[in-house]
Design a protein around this ligand. Structure first.
Ligand code: 164
Ligand code: MG
Length: 326
């Protein structure tokens, strides 16, 4: 028997201000799988995101153990009926094991603007290439969001601003936002993710305002299929929430076919999973800036260093192995 699998458990402290929907996330928790076959090794991260994933950490861990038992016994893995986080982590480990995930990553992220607009303007002016930034909206006054977005577009020539409202706005609030972005600045918004509570309201907003939108939550709605729709510019693909690598590649291909931008994005994976997403993005969507600016939300990295990140690194060898079989 040359196959050998291990499952590690990790816990990483987060920055004090990380809020997911209704919950503060003090600690990011997940599993790392290690697959060995002959002299080769592949890793994958299984980390359901609280408030976003439907499966819990322990459900994902139990399912992973069942599948790892099958794999180690020589079986192939059927990931069609597994939790998205498990399908993603296991398929990533298999891909790495097969040597099919290129080493080169796209670490050029869309910087997330949290608070200080002046800081972001300064930061963007130092980055190479077309300036891309991302700003969360929908958390405070829609009018304020509109004014800040307008200010960015005015201050940074050529900016491709990505906004994310996470379905927070009523049609009225979305309209208030748009009112403060002058019509000549609206093209500076590359896309606004999920402005309204329903896809239909978001489509109506795009049509009414000329502001392009993107699907994120909608991609995970049951029965979602990628299609070209007026006003829709992009789909956001968060592999931990979506499923296997193959499912992600299908979404990328469908997006291209429909003329939409496929944006590979993070679900707050550790630096190990995030690094693999950067590699997936460089390989599959080389022309798109991925949405991976989430290392700054952590207080530690896991095994794989993220470029230019000064946070301390927890090695896998220091983690508890929670499952392995002889
Ligand atoms: O999309 C990005 O650029 C980074 C990822 C990101 O913003 C998010 C990831 C996961 C959960 C959310 O809190 C958040 C989002 O609102 O999309
Ligand atoms: Mg979002």
């Amino acid at each position: 028997m040359t196959r050998h699998a291990k499952l590690y458990q990790y816990q990483l402290p987060m920055d004090s201000g990380v809020i997911l929907r209704a919950q503060r996330l003090a600690m990011r928790e997940g599993w790392v799988v290690e697959l060995r076959d002959g002299g080769r090794v592949g890793y994958g991260e299984i980390a359901p995101l609280p408030e976003f994933s439907t499966e819990s950490l322990s459900q994902a861990g139990e399912q992973a153990q069942t599948l790892l038992t099958q794999w180690q016994a020589g079986g192939s893995l059927d990931l069609s009926d597994t939790y998205p986080s498990v399908a993603f982590g296991l398929s990533m480990a298999l891909l790495e094991l097969a040597g099919e995930l290129p080493a080169q990553g796209n670490y050029q992220v869309a910087p997330l603007c949290s608070g200080d607009p002046d800081e972001l303007v300064e930061h963007l002016s130092q980055l190479p290439g077309e300036p891309v930034a991302k700003m969360k909206v929908g958390m405070y006054e829609a009018v304020r969001d509109g004014m800040i977005a307008n200010m960015f577009i005015e201050a940074v020539p050529g900016i491709r601003l990505r906004l994310d409202a996470n379905r927070q706005w009523t049609p009225l609030k979305a309209r208030q936002f748009a009112k403060y972005v002058s019509p000549q600045h609206r093209a500076g918004i590359a896309f606004l993710e999920e402005p309204c509570r329903t896809p239909a309201e978001s489509l109506a907003f795009a049509e009414e305002t000329g502001i392009a939108i993107a699907w994120d939550e909608t991609v995970r709605d049951p029965g979602f299929t990628v299609k070209a729709e007026p006003g829709v510019a992009a789909i956001v693909i968060k592999p931990t929430l979506v499923g296997s690598v193959q499912r992600c590649l299908d979404l990328v291909a469908d997006a291209r076919e429909a003329g939409l931008i496929p944006v590979i994005s993070s679900s707050l994976e550790s630096s190990l999973g995030l690094g693999q997403l950067a590699r997936l993005a460089a390989w599959q969507t080389p022309e798109v800036v991925p949405g991976l600016d989430t290392m700054q939300l952590f207080q530690a990295q896991l095994e794989t260093p993220w470029p230019d990140c000064a946070l301390p690194i927890t090695p896998l060898s220091s983690l508890e192995v929670v499952w392995q079989q002889d």
